[in-house]
Write a protein that binds this ligand. Structure first.
Ligand SMILES: Cc1cc2nc3c(=O)[nH]c(=O)nc-3n(C[C@H](O)[C@H](O)[C@H](O)COP(=O)(O)OP(=O)(O)OC[C@H]3O[C@@H](n4cnc5c(N)ncnc54)[C@H](O)[C@@H]3O)c2cc1C
Length: 279
């Protein structure tokens, strides 16, 4: 990768200004350095104090967790706050990323901004209905960000997620640190299910039919009109929902597995994710 000017801004304002003028933001640089891209100005975000995982909320309640863009995969993997708030799901979604050395570099900002189809973290974040803070441009849902990112340059500042004990991340890899053949996440968010299949190997996608099957079963179990605050026992609906997820998702063949293999795998991973999330 060729770089003419290397900049290390000290404030978000300064960084945002450089990026608006065409500067290329760099997080961990792990993916950037591999794609052979050249840039006139590289904007290193390492001095912006965006390396944090903290509880946020309104009043006395800290119902959300905010993760700064420069937080590394290793910090996410080893965070007891994330472990408690999301029952270990973030650890499961990061512990197989390459090796510890790279996990100490890979950032959540670079991961989300890159919108990689193979990403494990994005699958989990989408299931949890995370929101992204774009400096100077406000907040948007991750789903919207993935399908329609800002047209111009942006600086991703942080990711915000509502705490949630009803969540599970599943993946299958041929070897421990390879890309996933497939991954899946399920979460019960604000009274409804969110089920996501990723590394298909294309981008992570929600599974509306699977979600509807779970929601209908939970509504039936809890009675008409009752507010659903927790998922119903999943053994009666997880299998059918997993089949729905497999039939509504498009899979692609590559060196890690055929589309047919991924479809079968999807049933298993989604069923496991729902069972674990609801337990
Ligand atoms: C060898 C290798 C194997 C990997 N295996 C896996 C795997 O199995 N599963 C998995 O999920 N991931 C895997 N990854 C990807 C990794 O998890 C990260 O998603 C990836 O490296 C990007 O993170 P980064 O911090 O290195 O971003 P960078 O390379 O620094 O940046 C990536 C992109 O995001 C932009 N960017 C960075 N930060 C910001 C910001 N704050 N605001 C706006 N734009 C920004 C950059 O300009 C660039 O376009 C792998 C990466 C490598 C190098």
């Amino acid at each position: 990768m060729e770089v003419n000017h290397y900049m290390r801004p000290q404030t978000l304002d300064e960084a945002y200004g450089l990026i608006q003028k065409g500067g290329l933001p760099v997080g961990g640089g792990c993916w950037l350095h591999m794609n052979g891209r050249s840039t006139d100005t590289m904007v290193d975000l390492c001095e912006l104090r965006l390396d944090y995982i903290r509880e946020v909320g309104s009043g006395d309640s800290n119902d959300f967790v905010e993760i700064g863009a420069m937080t590394t995969a290793r910090s996410i993997e080893t965070s007891s706050l994330l472990d408690e708030a999301f029952r270990g799901a973030f650890r499961h979604a990061t512990e197989h990323l390459v090796g510890v050395q790279l996990r100490n570099l890979i950032t959540i900002g670079g991961t989300v901004a890159g919108r990689y189809g193979f990403s494990d973290l994005i699958t989990l974040l989408l299931a949890l209905d995370a929101r992204v803070n774009l400096y100077g441009q406000g907040q948007m849902g991750l789903g919207d960000f993935l399908s329609a990112p800002p047209k111009g340059p942006f600086l991703l500042e942080s990711v915000v997620i509502a705490k949630n004990p009803y969540v599970s991340f599943q993946s299958l890899r041929i070897t421990r640190n390879d890309f996933a053949v497939l991954n899946a996440a399920a979460a019960f968010v604000a009274g409804g299910w969110r089920i996501v299949v990723g590394a298909r190997p294309a981008a992570a996608r929600l599974c509306p039919n699977a979600q509807a099957a779970c929601d209908a079963a939970c509504a039936a179990a809890q009675g008409q009109g009752a507010a659903i605050v927790a998922p119903a026992a999943p053994s009666s609906y997880a299998g059918a929902a997993a089949k729905a997820a497999a039939s509504e998702t498009v899979f692609i063949s590559d060196s890690r597995g055929s589309a047919d293999y991924r479809r079968l795998l999807c049933e298993t991973l989604v069923e496991r994710a729902i069972m674990e999330a609801a337990s």
